[in-house]
Design a protein around this ligand. Sequence first.
Ligand SMILES: Nc1nc2c(ncn2[C@@H]2O[C@H](COP(=O)(O)OP(=O)(O)OP(=O)(O)O)[C@@H](O)[C@H]2O)c(=O)[nH]1
Ligand SMILES: [Mg+2]
Length: 362
Amino acid sequence: MQVKKFLAPSLAQALAQVKEDLGEEAVILHSRQVRGQGLLGWLRPPQYEVIAAKERQSPPPKPKAKPKVPEKQANPEPLAALEEEYQKLGKLVEELKTQLPQAPFTGHRLEVYEALIAAGYEAALAEKLLTACGEQETLELIWQALEKELAKGLKSASLPFPEEEPVVLALIGPTGVGKTTTIAKLAALYSLKHGYKVGLATVDTYRIGAVEQLRTYAEILDVPLEVALSTTELKEALRRLRESCEVIFLDTAGRSQQNHMQLGELKSYLQAAEPDHVALVLSGTLNSQGARQVLASFGQLGIDSLIVSKTDEVASFGPVASVLLERELSISCLTCGQAVPDDLQLPDRDELVNLCLRGVRR
Ligand SMILES: Nc1nc2c(ncn2[C@@H]2O[C@H](COP(=O)(O)OP(=O)(O)OP(=O)(O)O)[C@@H](O)[C@H]2O)c(=O)[nH]1
Ligand SMILES: [Mg+2]
């Protein structure tokens, strides 16, 4: 870098000198007003000092010699390696294809098999059902054979009706599946439609508003309600209800299928109540894994029938049907909406078959 000092009577003159000497690219590093030394210096007008700099011009870089491009040579080796890789991949794809699950049917049965899978049926069950259907000449015959196969695995159960002695029906199940609402629907069915004297009891004192929910239904239906806080109180409450009622519905707190302590407590309430019928309320919206878990946990408590709830919320019933069919459990009720008392069905086998084919046969 070239640095120079310029001195002139005015700043404009000093800058003009810079420009003339160092050119347009010069950079001003510093400027100041200066006076001469001593008294005389002070008497003379001030001068302006400018220090400017300029990059020394470096010689233009020599153009780089272009790298020599080797002349193209036909090298057959990489091509051969690629070809080999390509063939290996082809073989691998063929091998993988053989490992993929093959649709086990052709023709009409394949069509129905695919419809079952699309509706959430587990593949093993769909295959078992359609194998049992056998080859059929038309699609309609396959559907008919499937209906028969489904009917074999589905059982409908009747809820008990009182004869000489009062009957106690307990509803159990996970939280929020519709136990209390279903009890209200059943209480209405037994009292309004069949004319029985109905009573309600609950041990669900955990959830805020649970008792009030049931009390509201009891008041609307004009039936007695007993609330029990312990197994001893429950025995006492049922004894009182038995004196005046023919059918007693016992509501229980929703329990998580994962919580063994809660399930243990529920078991002691059931042992104290000695119900004539225990119905597990199973939500129709579960996936098959969830349904299996619920059945495994609550199944240990001793279940007489299943009430499948919220069937109105599912477009197809495949996941829950897959579990019901493998276990051959009896279904006593279906609930298909929130309206009390209307959204309740006591299904026969045909209605259960229709539910299982919902969303499958279009
Ligand atoms: N869509 C639909 N909703 C329902 C059905 N049955 C009940 N419900 C609704 O599900 C919700 C829970 O119902 P509850 O009867 O309180 O359920 P629960 O099993 O007693 O609940 P917990 O006592 O808290 O365990 C409410 O909003 C009901 O209206 C049904 O069949 N279909
Ligand atoms: Mg409830």
